[in-house]
Structure formats: structure tokens, C-alpha cells
Design a binder for this molecule. Structure first.
Ligand code: FAD
Ligand code: EPU
Length: 337
């Protein structure tokens, strides 16, 4: 395992923040994982597991070792009467993996097309889009424990998936490295096309994984800034989930407040983008840090904003939304400080 000292992380995070890592290594195979384990037992510094850097904000330089997961490989692991089981290594690009499953004639991941990042990070926040979450088709994942070298397999129940949540997001961060993930893709697909925008785009179409994927890609491209052109990490805040009673009180004062009743709970999800938009932040800019003029939920780096400058906008947004609506927004990306 090669270790690079004082490495720039600018090209390794989609905000394009020019932070540095005291040490950086690329994890490409089992030997590299063993070397990382060895390094950890001989050093008293923290480590950070990095995928595509699309859900992270480096508020400052990282004074430890950043382990960039570059484990590659994907295959059809198994098949039974009802489903195929496909696996991918943690460093595989998520969107390329989705495209590969569609090319193989499999359905189930099409609504999750074009989400940036790597396969190994996808379970961390149970990625979701257009009415589907990773948990819908998740089967198992494999981890290596960087503190004791143990290899473990997790079933869906063990992962404790929720809205942008899993067991791994808080409990085992930077200790368990997800080496591969397996999905169960049903042979009789169930299409999810009721999300506003998608439904209209697909009206009258003969549905297939390919057709839905194309519509999702087109919708996403029209709504979200492309991080290769304008630095961002997608939605910067989670959508607040409120008890029905609380939501009704707010709705009485703000008649256009969006609300999506949650299945199996007395709660309503509302739209952080709407709250931020109403608070007047869309298109805001302070130096190179700002808020997208396409989507109020996306904080953007116009060129050379620092992580601290981007975080300052996030804090100002949180304060202003709390003052106006009494709702405390929760950041979605991991803030490294
Ligand atoms: P990173 O940002 O590198 O890491 C995220 C977290 O996972 C960190 O805590 C990291 O330590 C950990 N991690 C990474 N790899 C591993 C591993 N192998 N083992 C253990 N821990 C690991 N998210 C959605 O859910 N839905 C969307 O629609 C969506 N749209 C987006 C659109 C844009 C334009 C952008 C920039 C982001 C979007 N995101 C979305 C957020 C992001 O793409 C996902 O959260 C993605 O899964 C992050 O993957 P990553 O590899 O970039 O993770
Ligand atoms: N809205 C505004 N102003 C804006 C943007 C949005 O008022 O500037 C309102 C509109 O009412 C709109 C509603 O917000 O109808 C919802 O917007 P959108 O459909 O874009 O979805 P979102 O709730 O903002 C969520 C996810 C996205 C995911 C999309 C599609 C979260 C935090 N975000 O966004 O995920 O791609 O739905 O399913 O749940 C991400 O997690 O990084 C991400 C991009």
C-alpha cells in the first residue's frame, strides 16, 4: 500500500474543496486492506474511509489517513426462480454498476440511476431517489473490521436501514470497510413511477428498466447541478419528517407547504428545498460559496470556496429556516471537522 503525504483532496470530493490529507492511500486489493490494518495498529492517528467523496464536506484539512476505496469487480453471484443476485465491490462506480445491471437485462436499480459515488458507500445512507431506496433490493454486504481484521456479512435486518440512515452511518464509521454489496433483483419487476415529474415524463411509455432509467437521468440532469461543472454534494439537508400534528399547525400558516404522509407512521415528510427556497436562499452567493439557482437544497462551490465558507452558509440556512418555520434542518453529508 503506497502512502502519499500531504495529498490534495480537491479531485476526491465533489464539492471540489481544496483540503489536504496528512496521508492518503488507495485500497485496491486484500493486501492493501491488510496493510491498512497494520498501519492502524502502528499509528495513533484517525483514518477516514473515502468513496467518491460525493457526500462529504471537508471543513478543514484531514490530520490522519484517508483510505480511498478502489476495490473493483462485479458479477452475477446467484440465481433462483424468483430473482438474480448481483454483487459489486465497494469501489465500483454506483451509476456504472446500475447501467451494467440494466444491460444484463435486470431491473430493480433503475430509479437510482445517476447517483454519484461508489457501491460501498451506497448502504451507508441507504441512498434513495424517485420513490426507491437501496434497501428495496439490498440482499447482503461484506465488511472488514479495520480494528481487528474480522470479516463479517450483514443481512438487511442488521443494516437497520431508514430514510438516509443505516447502522453504519453512526455506529461503525471508519471502522467497518464495506468491501462488497449484493442485491436481489426480482425477475418479475415492479415499476416505481409515481414520483412527480417521473410520472408525467413516462405517461404513455411502455415501461422497462432502460426507459425508466433514461427518464430518471433526464429529470435529475434538469434539476441538479452537475458536480463536474459546479461543486456540490447533492441535497445538503435531509427532508424533515414531522409528527402529523406539528405538520398540520405549520400547514395552517403556510398553505403551500409540501407534505408526504409516511407509510406505517403518524408522520409527514416535508420538503427542505421548499423551506429554504421560501426563506429566500435560492441563488444566494457569498464569494465562491452559494446556493444553487436550480435547487434550493443544493449548496454549491463556484470555484475556490473553502469547506468552512460552505459550512457557514449551511449554518446560516439552518438558523434562518428555524427562525421562520421552527424546524431545525439536519445536514445530509458528513461534515469532516
Ligand atoms: P463518500 O462521500 O466518499 O462517503 C460517504 C460516507 O460513506 C462517509 O462517511 C464515508 O466514510 C463512508 N464510506 C464510503 N465508502 C465506504 C466503504 N467502502 N466502507 C465504509 N464506509 C464508506 N444521495 C442519495 O441518497 N440520493 C440522491 O439522489 C443523491 N443525489 C446526489 C446528487 C449529486 C449531484 C451529488 C453530488 C450527491 C448525491 N447524493 C445522493 C449523495 C451521494 O451521492 C450518496 O450519498 C453516495 O452514496 C455517496 O457515495 P460516495 O462514494 O461518494 O461516498
Ligand atoms: N422545492 C422548492 N424549491 C426548490 C427545490 C425544491 O420549492 O428550489 C420543492 C418543490 O415543492 C418540489 C419539492 O421541493 O416539488 C421536492 O423537490 P425534489 O423533487 O427535487 O426532491 P427533494 O426532496 O428536494 C429528494 C432527495 C434527493 C433525490 C430526490 C428525488 C433528500 C434530502 N433529497 O430531493 O436526493 O434525488 O428527492 O427523489 O431526500 C440527495 O440525497 O443528495 C439527493 C439529491
Amino acid at each position: 500500500m503506497e502512502i502519499i503525504e500531504n495529498a490534495s483532496l480537491k479531485s476526491l470530493n465533489t464539492f471540489g474543496v481544496n483540503a489536504t490529507a496528512k496521508y492518503l492511500s488507495h485500497i485496491r486489493n486484500l493486501q492493501d486492506i491488510e496493510a491498512l490494518f497494520e498501519w492502524k495498529s502502528n499509528n495513533d492517528l484517525p483514518n477516514l474511509i473515502l468513496g467518491g467523496g460525493s457526500n462529504l464536506l471537508f471543513k478543514q484539512n484531514y490530520e490522519g489517513l484517508v483510505a480511498k476505496v478502489d476495490l473493483l469487480g462485479k458479477d452475477i453471484a446467484n440465481e433462483d426462480e424468483e430473482a438474480v443476485y448481483v454483487s459489486a465491490a465497494g469501489g465500483e462506480n454506483w451509476h456504472d454498476f446500475v447501467m451494467w445491471t440494466i444491460q444484463q437485462g435486470f431491473a430493480g436499480l433503475e430509479n437510482l440511476s445517476l447517483i454519484p459515488g461508489c457501491v460501498g458507500a451506497a448502504p451507508i445512507q441507504n441512498i434513495g431517489a424517485y420513490g426507491v431506496e437501496l434497501s428495496n433490493t439490498f440482499h447482503t454486504l461484506q465488511t472488514v473490521n479495520l480494528e481487528n481484521g474480522d470479516v463479517q456479512e450483514f443481512s438487511k435486518e442488521h443494516c437497520q436501514f431508514g430514510y438516509r440512515e443505516s447502522f453504519f452511518k453512526s455506529q461503525t464509521l471508519d471502522k467497518l470497510l464495506i468491501t462488497s454489496v449484493t442485491f436481489r433483483l426480482p425477475k418479475k419487476p415492479e415499476w416505481h413511477v409515481n414520483y412527480a415529474g417521473l410520472r408525467e415524463a413516462l405517461a404513455g411509455e411502455i415501461l422497462s428498466a432502460e426507459v425508466i432509467s433514461k427518464a430518471v437521468i433526464s429529470e435529475r440532469s434538469s434539476k441538479l447541478p452537475d458536480p463536474t461543472i459546479l461543486g456540490n454534494a447533492g441535497s445538503f439537508f435531509k427532508n424533515p419528517v414531522l409528527p402529523v400534528v406539528e405538520w398540520e399547525v405549520l400547514k395552517a400558516n403556510h398553505e403551500n407547504l409540501p407534505g408526504f404522509p409516511q407509510a406505517h407512521s403518524e408522520e409527514v415528510k416535508t420538503s427542505a428545498g421548499w423551506l429554504i427556497d421560501q426563506a429566500g436562499w435560492k441563488g444566494y452567493r457569498a464569494g465562491d460559496a452559494g446556493v444553487s439557482d436550480k435547487h434550493a437544497l443544493v449548496i454549491v462551490n463556484h470555484a475556490n470556496a473553502t469547506g468552512a465558507e460552505l459550512w457557514q452558509i449551511a449554518e446560516e440556512i439552518m438558523k434562518s429556516v428555524e427562525d421562520k418555520f421552527g424546524i431545525r434542518l439536519e445536514p445530509e453529508p458528513r461534515v469532516i471537522s
